[in-house]
Every structure is written in structure tokens, then in C-alpha cells.
Write a protein that binds this ligand. Structure first.
Ligand code: FEC
Length: 314
């Protein structure tokens, strides 16, 4: 008999229309509705993204489908079948909806994984807490992948993306070693450091590993997309970093947002529109590595860590 193991694939979530932005933003703000001005500003950012207003929804759907196919192909255990469910942090289907669906389908054991490689109690920890609580209500036994930021295939895949763009810089006449590689990730409130949170160290470890693999020595880590709240967020922000680099006569910058795995607002707006505008103003050339999206190699990373986690039950 084949045992079905649920795989709860969790991601940030995005609205499905401009009308849905207010409810989405209110959810992110833990039930506090945004001001008119905040709402307008967020809608403007979504409207500015070229090629589709809410790309994260389709990207997440594709990633979940691709992971299902990859698990079906790579699973060598005939006694087990992995079945993927989607659960989003701030939009439908919510994390709790995904767990409810597993329960309805009779799933007794499941692995939870977030489409973000680095652990923070404020990010991945929050997803896990909600999934765990709902699973307990249903009597589903759940295990979680907390991070996979140094998975060899992830480092390999991201390194190839960095090397590809450095090749392009060289073809365009730049000196490879003079291109500043800027690794980045979503900022979080500074207080996570006092809590002993591993987020920053994991991001630095990913960046270091890619730098070693690609032979890049001219690199820095910088933050991006900090929230609009009064408390201090981890910095420096990428826009400030670009300004500083310009005073150091840096002309070519390669952005490598290793904290993200998908094309979405924080990549397509914060980097491709906002940071790009600053780079233009500073007369710098700014390129970005391609996002992982449903790259088969990224799907294999997820499949591997999910199957390893499930293997701990044996
Ligand atoms: O494309 C999209 O529609 C969604 C893009 C999106 C991703 C994303 C990922 C992360 N966030 C993280 C932390 C925070 C914290 C706050 C916060 C606020 C926002 C807002 C929007 C937003 N985030 Fe986000 N985030 C995305 C979008 N994020 C929109 C609200 C407006 C703004 O501040 O820009 C602050 C919440 C608060 O006030 O309490 C904290 C982290 C990630 C990366 C890990 C993950 O994907 O979960 C960490 C994608």
C-alpha cells in the first residue's frame, strides 16, 4: 500500500487584483488597515511592474506544480507518494487552508517547506508556527524544513547565474574583477539580532559560498525592501549602498537577491525599477541575476530537502 505524505509548500502570497490590495496589506499589518496614502503607494508599486500586476501568484502556482512533478520523478520509495498543497502567508489559499485541505484528503503526515531558503523567527518561523498549530488541531504529524541556504545544488545554481551575468559584463567591455557583486535580501527589524536570530548569518553564508564558487572577491551584502515602520531595520539599504559605491567610483554593479526565489514586487519593483533608477542617476550600470522561479535545479533542491526530512520518520 502507498502512504501519502503531504507537502505543505508555503510562500508569501500576493493579492489577485488591485481591489484585493487593501485586504492583503491589512493582513500583513496584522489587522491594522493602511492609511489612504500607504494604500495608494503600494497600489502604485504593483501598477508599475511591467508584464503582469501580481506575478508572484502565477510563479508560486508554477513552483508548486513543478515540485509535485519533481517529487514524483525523484522519489525512489514505492511505498510513499508525496502530495503537494499550497499555503500562503498573507493571501488565499492561506497556510491554514492548505492544512485543512490535507486533513480533508486524509493526510496523516506532512512536511512543511517555505519558498525562502533562510530562517528567521520573523519569517519562516511565522509560517511554521501557523502550520503547526493548524496541523495539531487536525492530528496531522508535521515536520518542517527550516532552511536550505547552503544546499550544494542551490549554491551551484545561484553561482551559475552570477557567472553568467559577469560574462555579460565582460562581453560588454567591463573588467570582471571590477564589477561589484551585491548580494541582498529582505531587511527585518534590527531587534532580530538581539534575539540571536540566524537570518543574517545564513544570508552571509550563502553569499560567501557563492563568492567562493564563482571566484568573486569584490562583493558585499546589503539589505533591501525594509518595511515602513518607525523601528530601525537592518541596513545598509541597497539604495544607500549604491550611493556610497558611486562615491568610490564603482561603475558596474551586479545585484544578486539571494534571499528571494521568485520574481515579485520586491525584485521587479524594488530592484528593477527603484534601484535601477538610482543606478541610472548615478551613471552606474546595474544588472541583476535571473530569479530561480521554477528552475528544475531549484525544484530538485526542494525535492531533496523534503524527502530527507520525511526520511527522518523511518
Ligand atoms: O509580490 C508580492 O505581491 C509580494 C512581495 C513580497 C515578498 C515579501 C517577502 C518578505 N517579506 C518579509 C518581511 C516583511 C516584514 C514586513 C513586510 C511588509 C511587506 C509589505 C509588502 C510586502 N512585504 Fe514582505 N514581502 C513582500 C511584500 N515584509 C507589500 C507591506 C508594505 C511594505 O512595507 O512594503 C513589515 C510588516 C509589518 O509591518 O509588520 C517584516 C520577509 C520576506 C522574505 C521571506 C518570505 O518570502 O517570507 C522576511 C516576496
Amino acid at each position: 500500500m502507498t502512504t501519502q505524505i503531504g507537502v505543505l509548500v508555503m510562500s508569501y502570497g500576493t493579492p489577485d487584483s488591485l481591489e484585493g490590495v487593501e485586504a492583503y496589506y491589512t493582513h500583513i499589518r496584522r489587522g491594522n488597515p493602511p492609511s489612504e496614502e500607504q494604500l495608494r503607494e503600494l497600489k502604485d508599486r504593483y501598477e508599475a511592474i511591467v508584464g503582469g500586476v501580481f506575478p508572484l501568484r502565477e510563479n508560486t502556482d508554477r513552483q508548486v506544480a513543478a515540485l509535485q512533478e519533481t517529487l514524483d520523478r525523484e522519489n525512489q520509495d514505492p511505498a510513499v507518494r508525496y502530495v503537494c498543497y499550497q499555503g500562503l502567508k498573507h493571501a488565499h489559499p492561506f497556510i491554514e487552508d492548505g492544512v485543512d485541505k490535507m486533513a480533508k484528503d486524509g493526510i496523516k503526515r506532512a512536511v512543511g517547506i517555505v519558498l525562502a531558503p533562510h530562517y528567521s523567527s520573523m519569517s519562516v518561523g511565522g509560517y511554521i508556527k501557523r502550520a503547526r498549530e493548524r496541523a495539531q488541531e487536525h492530528g496531522i504529524e508535521m515536520a518542517f524544513v527550516e532552511s536550505y541556504h547552503l544546499h550544494p545544488l542551490l549554491i551551484d545554481t545561484l553561482s551559475r547565474r552570477v557567472s553568467q551575468r559577469l560574462d555579460e559584463y565582460e562581453e560588454a567591455g567591463a573588467k570582471r574583477e571590477e564589477v561589484k557583486v551585491l548580494f541582498s535580501a529582505h531587511s527585518l527589524p534590527e531587534r532580530i539580532l538581539a534575539m540571536g536570530d540566524p537570518y543574517r548569518d545564513q544570508l552571509l553564508a550563502t553569499s560567501q559560498a557563492i563568492a567562493e564558487r564563482t571566484g568573486v572577491t569584490n562583493w558585499e551584502f546589503t539589505w533591501q525592501s525594509a518595511g515602513r515602520t518607525s523601528e530601525p531595520w537592518l541596513g545598509p539599504d541597497i539604495l544607500d549602498t549604491l550611493h556610497r559605491l558611486s562615491t568610490e567610483q564603482v561603475e558596474d554593479v551586479l545585484s544578486a537577491p539571494v534571499g528571494f526565489v521568485s520574481d515579485h514586487l520586491e525584485v521587479l519593483y524594488d530592484l528593477d525599477i527603484e534601484a535601477q533608477a538610482v543606478a541610472r542617476e548615478l551613471d552606474m550600470r546595474l544588472m541583476r541575476i535571473e530569479s530561480l522561479n521554477s528552475d528544475p535545479a531549484y525544484m530538485s533542491v526542494l525535492s531533496d530537502v523534503v524527502r530527507s526530512k520525511a526520511g527522518e520518520w523511518k
